[in-house]
Design a protein around this ligand. Sequence first.
Ligand SMILES: Nc1nc(=O)c2c([nH]1)NC[C@@H]1CN(c3ccc(C(=O)N[C@@H](CCC(=O)O)C(=O)O)cc3)C=[N+]21
Length: 298
Amino acid sequence: MSTDNIIDGKAFAADLRGRIAASVLDFVAHSGRKPGLAVVLVGDDPASQVYVGSKKKATIEAGMASFEYRLPEDTAQADLIALVERLNADEQVDGILVQLPLPSHMDDKAVIAELDPAKDVDGFHVVNAGRLAVGEDAFVPCTPLGCLMLLKDRLGDLSGKNAVVIGRSNIVGKPMAQLLLAENCTVTIAHSRTQDLADVVRRADIIVAAVGRAEMVKGDWIKDGAVVIDVGINRLAPAEGETKGRLVGDVAFAEAAVHSAAITPVPGGVGPMTIACLLRNTLVAAYRRADLPRPKGF
Ligand SMILES: Nc1nc(=O)c2c([nH]1)NC[C@@H]1CN(c3ccc(C(=O)N[C@@H](CCC(=O)O)C(=O)O)cc3)C=[N+]21
């Protein structure tokens, strides 16, 4: 199989992180401090621990300050909110990320509502979601922002293209649809109740799959020449002789690659872009909070 249709998200993200690191140096020169990102993790979910670890590493590599808070699983919601309030008031902190999902005794929405929207680098606060919806300057959730960057890099102008977003979550599907609409795509949002999903997907020039079901999108659903962005990260059960199952996306990759003009792999596609965009949003938050003009290229 030829690989020139594979979108190397890992390489794109590394390049983006390099440009961010250069802008961080300018920020330090102008403000006398580093941009700061606070990451809050409640509980000890192993997958969340890994993600938080990679975020910290990338933050420090970009020359930013990383503040990490690991709270026990049984933390009271009021105590988590008290921490968010302290971080809102902390001048060294430009971005705050509260790792989701929170333990089941907490209400994700109630906690996110306490974030200062100016530090909400995840773009999850309703103020940022609303600003995105009405076309105002907003913090955009990192995963859809990363997907859009990959699409524009491959396709240039997206105007008039038929885009299908599979999934309607507040974190990926809905903001992805808003971003594509703002790029003048004709956008369809498909979800678990969509009828004839295969036929809906067959009309698409751009497919963004964000459903969380392993290899659900089949190769013969893909129009020849379409661009496929796979947001899913699903771990399969271990096959014989394996200790850990393979990671796969929401798209049957090998089948889909035959038809698509370009496709993101899992891993190495969208995932690395999510982290790079978190740094991008933190950089922009820092410049804004310091009243400096937005850095070039961002
Ligand atoms: N408040 C909040 N913000 C988030 O952005 C957030 C969150 N909560 N909760 C969990 C999800 C998940 N997430 C990922 C980030 C990077 C990769 C990533 O870099 N994946 C690599 C490696 C995959 C692997 O080997 O496990 C890849 O796809 O190539 C994946 C997933 C951010 N999340």
